[in-house]
Design a protein around this ligand. Sequence first.
Ligand code: UDP
Ligand code: MG
Length: 312
Amino acid sequence: MQGLCSVILPSFNEEAMIDRASYAVGSVLYDARIPYELIFVDDGSTDSTWTRIQDAATENPAIRGVKFSRNFGKEAAILAGLGQASGDCCVVIDCDMQHPPEKIVEMYRLWQQGYEVIEGQKTSRGTESGLHAFAAHAFYTLLSAAAKTDMENASDFKLLDRKAVDVLIRMPERGAFFRALSSWVGFKTAAVQFDVREREAGESKWSTKSLIRYALSNISSFTNAPLQFVTILGALLLGVDLIWAIVSLIRRIAGALVGVGTGIGLLLMLIGGSCMLALGVIGFYIGKIYDEIRRRPRYIIAELCGRTDGED
Ligand code: UDP
Ligand code: MG
């Protein structure tokens, strides 16, 4: 089977990478005789990314572009690309070419053998600074436990069969986390190993703040464990409280002098603190519920370019 392969490239302020990426991916697929289309999703870039995409689309009929009305994040860009894709299979790859395009061929061959979800797995994390690597490790350990799949080496570099793509784009979930959802859907899965390369141009779009927000939001969309943790903590505190009360009472009966003020003070602080913590966690999840029930669109498309469906 020689089906069409749609390659989705989320791009945010990647003006220096559009031409290089379309050349790199295009030539690899052309040489391997794989029919393809490239879909660049401009995630509200503030540089000339969109002009570059339009130019590329005029030069090469296999290139299409989607422009968001503002920055909606990589997850939204991936979903929009999948929504626009007409391929029998879709590949998601970073526009900065940190994911080696040659691996698409390997993924495509596995897809031809009948695999439906082909995950790109990192063998090394490339050159990331100490703190960043540590934070990423902590995040993935927590997330792996929450999502019950190994996420440490997972990446957004994947090939998905049309079946999996259709499931993903129909998911009503707002806070989608593509990396974990694509393994959550199941299907016949294979993995391809790759080395994370150095970014060719531009800079990473992640600040520490955005990483922390990303980690919290994705962990909470896969587990309610923090809520249970708070319940357990509350129960433990009550238990300690009760024992303490009984002990104090016995000592009082035995005639000892109990430092009532200190005891009460400490206890109040402890209870107050844990209540606040509990409320914080509950508030966090309520915030997520609120986000989901608003049913806002995940992204807004401002413009399209290149060949539109139906045209040849
Ligand atoms: N990206 C995006 N929207 C964003 C941030 C990033 O579409 O809000 C794209 C970016 O253009 C790149 C990919 O996501 O193609 C990975 O981003 P980056 O290289 O900054 O992340 P890192 O490789 O450092 O994890
Ligand atoms: Mg990168």
